[in-house]
Design a binder for this molecule. Structure first.
Ligand code: PNS
Length: 176
């Protein structure tokens, strides 16, 4: 069995399209648990047609996590465990909101363990105040004219408003 590394590096992977206050809560807590936390955006442009490009998502993340000295923002494509291994990480950090998250997360954690048993997936329970927030719902609500204050950081709200105002119905159609 491998010994505990001197520096524990964790990856917090996700789509972050865009970052929400739920993600931010996990980043803050993760930054206290690990020596280094790498927030890694999945580059899924071809398949998923996200609202924001990877560069835009990186900028939004940098804007809000700039204050954490041990948090880095990066992006990856391909297998998450291969990326984690290349970055010298031994932990994958994921948040669980409700029971409905559990099944997908369990499948991913077991698959990742099978691929690279030396990398552990650790789950943190989402903060109660954030347990209903998802990027998908935030986009749906703002797209339909609802209030998303306190669901995303203010700088992200500005970006969302710009995107929806600029593209109007076109973006709303893509979200359906
Ligand atoms: O925020 P999301 O969209 O729930 O994050 C999902 C993510 C990025 C963690 C997941 O899709 C992923 O790890 N993709 C990389 C591809 C991969 O490694 N697949 C096999 C293991 S499940």
């Amino acid at each position: 069995m491998a010994a505990k590394p001197e520096t524990v590096v964790a990856i917090y992977p996700g789509s972050f399209d865009p970052i929400t206050n739920g993600h931010l809560d996990l980043i803050e807590r993760g930054s206290r648990l690990f020596d280094r936390l790498i927030v890694a955006i999945l580059q899924n442009e071809e398949k998923e047609s996200p609202l924001f490009t990877v560069e835009e998502r990186m900028e939004m993340l940098r804007d809000v996590v700039g204050g954490y000295a041990n948090v880095e923002i990066d992006h990856f494509h391909g297998l998450l465990v291969d990326y984690a291994s290349a970055r010298g990480a031994t932990v994958l950090l994921r948040g669980i909101r409700a029971i409905s998250d559990y099944e997908k997360e369990l499948q991913m954690a077991l698959m990742n363990r099978r691929l690279r048993p030396e990398i552990e997936t650790l789950f943190l329970m989402a903060g109660e105040a954030y347990s209903f927030i998802s990027s998908r719902l935030v986009k749906e609500v703002i797209g339909l004219g609802g209030n998303i204050a306190e669901l995303v950081p203010p700088s992200v709200e500005v970006r969302l408003r710009e995107r929806f105002n600029a593209a109007g119905a076109g973006v709303q159609r893509r979200l359906r």
